[in-house]
Design a protein around this ligand. Structure first.
Ligand code: SF4
Length: 428
């Protein structure tokens, strides 16, 4: 569900970021999805994992509606609904959870990794899911049981993936092997394209977190260098660095330019010559630029305003302004990770206001004053803005659709061009 949260609201402040440009920081009422949403794409990625949400009926409804019309013969997520209980009833709740997990694992021997996912209700917060996961992990051979929180109090929607991957990092075996690790869930088709490109460059040892199967999770150690495939993996990145891995600073692989710069960071770290790098990437980059021509024709010259939602806003704005000819008015993001976005920030247009956090009423005022051609926002804001005649794009689609890499660059631009096409059709 889309939740409205009231946070302590100190005055908005404007600060100079490390890249010496002013950033508007706001803390007030905000409109976001919770981290449970990430289950919708994470369960597709790790093919023998199961996500058991310990939550309320609201959580079950969110998952059902976020998963949309997907019907599974054997679903890989579910909600264990915890009704209101007092503290004395919590021992029973633990037993009930154990019974549910036992039933599930007996019926589904294909499950090799079980995530207990925490949520907001106070009964769930009182329940110690970490201890429950440890207890259940000891009880079942051949199934790893882990836990993380997808609660709307602690997470916005892409932070669910961060919390899930962060739960995996302590589980990864230690290794001194030199390797490239790509971190962040990518569609299999995109992952395969990157594997081919790295192989053609001569980077032999490449691993992905998460792996497609629980038994194939990568190793990590002091000779691991990692590229983030997503900009919302703050905790995962921190834990990997604590295990000795080194982060490779790069823009994210969105658009032709972003993909080339992301690949180049790996090529430089692994000693690939510039000529070999160009040989491997030139065709893909040219193909992407050519395919971008059609959506660019619809987007060029139009203005865009980002409300904070997915944490993808900064690289998306970079792509839309530099490769699609759009003008960014405001680039709002829930969190601005200075280190992970360091290579993106200098590529943003000087004229755009960058804001971190949200005070939704003030931001709506700025949006109305600017009258942008396109607003990128969450579902909660999209409908009212559409009703006011403002064209919108739901940011949630940006995480559900394969958009990284050369061959997806035009699809990515197409996601932003489609709302204009829809509005044109409605006008006719
Ligand atoms: Fe709602 Fe919290 Fe459940 Fe998310 S975790 S659906 S915000 S109750």
């Amino acid at each position: 569900m889309s939740v409205t949260l009231d946070r302590p609201a100190p005055k908005a402040v404007t600060e100079a970021g490390c890249e010496a440009r002013p950033i508007l920081r706001e803390r007030g009422q905000r409109e976001v999805f919770c981290g449970l949403t990430g289950i919708v794409w994470m369960h597709r990625k790790i093919q023998d994992a199961f996500f058991l949400v310990v939550g309320s009926r609201t959580c079950a409804h969110l998952l059902q509606s976020a998963a949309g019309v997907m019907i599974f013969a054997e679903p890989r997520f579910a909600t264990a609904i915890l009704d209101e209980r007092d503290l004395a009833g919590l021992a029973d709740a633990q037993e009930e959870l154990d019974r549910n997990v036992t039933r599930l694992l007996e019926r589904r021997p294909d499950i090799k990794l079980l995530f207990l996912v925490g949520s907001c209700p106070s009964e769930v917060i009182k329940l110690d899911l970490n201890r429950a996961a440890q207890r259940l992990d000891r009880r079942f051979n051949g199934v790893r049981v882990l836990n993380y929180s997808g609660s709307g109090i602690e997470t916005t929607f892409t932070q669910g993936e961060d919390a899930c991957l962060a739960a995996l990092v302590p589980e990864l075996a230690q290794s001194d092997a030199a390797q490239l690790l790509v971190v962040g869930a990518l569609a299999d088709v995109v992952e395969d394209q990157f594997i081919r490109l790295f192989a053609a460059m001569g980077i032999e040892r490449v691993a992905f977190l998460p792996a497609r199967r629980a038994g194939g999770m990568p190793v990590v150690g002091p000779n691991t260098q990692f590229l983030l495939a997503q900009p919302f993996l703050a905790e995962t990145g921190r834990l990997l660095e604590a295990r000795g891995a080194k982060h490779l600073a790069a823009p994210f692989p969105l658009g032709a330019e972003g993909t080339t710069l992301w690949l180049r960071a790996a090529a430089q770290a692994f000693g690939v010559s510039e000529s070999r790098f160009s040989e491997v990437t030139a065709a893909g980059e040219a193909r992407a630029r050519q395919a971008l021509a059609a959506p660019r024709a619809r987007l060029a010259g139009k203005s865009v305003f980002f409300f904070p939602d997915s944490q993808l806003e900064v690289p998306m704005a970079r792509f839309l302004t530099r490769e699609c000819g759009m003008e960014a008015i405001e680039i709002g993001t829930p969190y601005l990770h200075r280190q992970h976005l360091a290579a993106e920030m200098p590529l943003l247009p000087e004229s755009a206001l960058i804001s971190e956090g949200q005070d939704v009423e003030k931001q709506l005022d700025r949006c109305h004053a600017a009258r942008p051609d396109l607003v990128v926002c969450g579902l909660g804001l999209a409908n009212p803005l559409e009703a006011q005649g403002i064209t919108t794009k739901w940011s949630i689609e940006l995480v559900f659709t394969p958009v990284q890499g050369y061959d997806q660059a035009a699809d990515l631009a197409g996601l932003f061009a489609r709302p204009f096409a829809r509005r044109d059709v409605l006008r006719v």
